[in-house]
Design a protein around this ligand. Structure first.
Ligand SMILES: C[S@@+](CC[C@H](N)C(=O)[O-])C[C@H]1O[C@@H](n2cnc3c(N)ncnc32)[C@H](O)[C@@H]1O
Length: 270
């Protein structure tokens, strides 16, 4: 199986504490505040020669709104805010229990898989594409594992749509806010089916994603149907907003308003 096992002696000197960025890309926050500032700056320059031109500053409104939404969302997801990212990881973790070899599809910084490995030592694999545009990297996940005292975590680069693992290779499969990001297939449910392919019959799965967002999925029913077709027995279906108190802007669809949790077991082989 391709992969790199966490080097036990990797120096911890690069950072002395684990780094777990939130699900909001800092580059997007910077981009929208920069666009806001640029439009206001243009309005001010125009106003210097033609004072009514200051009204052009209202064009910065949509950019400022998006910048504010994603800035506050990032803060609420993190430990200095409402720590929602950790709370949602906890919901996923609780669904799969502590036992058996586990795969985290789209592990990012390793936050969830490292937490699970710390709670119950065993076989753990984190897979991610670690593509451009994200603040996550394989080196970061490796470093976090070392700093958390987790050894033997296997980190594999690959795509959720074509997992480089044999069928039934895992006892547990989890994934958090990743399937909607998979761009190498048109239908996001391909990755859901792929995750179930590598789960052994009787094994447990738990996935959190924006399942109710029509921009990513053709309805929650379609998601459940894809899971059943792939052999999943769905036992839990909940909107994150039903189990975690959310305030603005987390209630917005593209933030966490459309987020759901689905979990269950894979049906035994016929
Ligand atoms: C919102 S982050 C979630 C990270 C992690 N699951 C967590 O909960 O902290 C989405 C992750 O999906 C990963 N990703 C994007 N496309 C992917 C693909 N085709 N296959 C695997 N991972 C992918 C990104 O690199 C990123 O780490």
């Amino acid at each position: 199986m391709p992969g790199v096992t966490t080097p036990a002696l990797l120096s911890a000197s690069v950072a002395d504490h684990p780094v777990y960025p939130t699900w909001v890309r800092p580059a997007r926050i910077r981009l929208f505040w920069a666009l806001t500032a640029a439009v206001v700056a243009v309005a001010v320059l125009v106003a210097l020669v033609w004072p009514p031109g200051l009204v052009l500053a209202v064009l910065a409104g949509p950019f400022a709104y998006i910048a504010l939404v994603i800035t506050v969302a990032s803060w609420r997801l993190g430990p200095r805010g409402a720590d929602l990212q950790r709370t949602i990881h906890g919901l996923v973790a609780a669904e799969v229990g502590p036992d058996g070899r586990l795969l985290d599809v789209g592990c990012g910084s390793g936050e969830l898989v490292i937490r699970l490995a710390k709670a119950a030592p065993g076989g753990y694999v984190g897979l991610d594409s670690w593509g451009e545009g994200w603040q996550y990297s394989k080196a970061q996940a490796e470093r976090n594992a070392v700093l958390e005292g987790v050894t033997g975590l296997e980190l594999v680069r690959g795509s959720a749509s074509h997992l480089p693992f044999d069928a039934s290779a895992f006892d547990r499969v989890v994934s958090c806010l990743t399937f909607r990001e998979v761009r190498d297939v048109a239908d996001r449910t391909v990755s859901l089916a792929e995750a179930l392919r590598v789960l052994r019959p009787g094994g447990r799965f738990a996935f959190a994603d924006l399942f109710d967002d029509p921009g990513f999925y053709a309805g929650r029913e379609r998601v459940l149907e894809a899971l059943r077709t792939a052999g999943g027995r769905v036992e839990t279906v909940s909107a994150v907003s039903d189990v975690v108190p959310l305030t603005w802007p987390m209630t917005l669809g593209r933030v966490l308003g459309d987020a759901g949790l689905v979990a269950g077991t894979k049906a035994p082989a016929a």
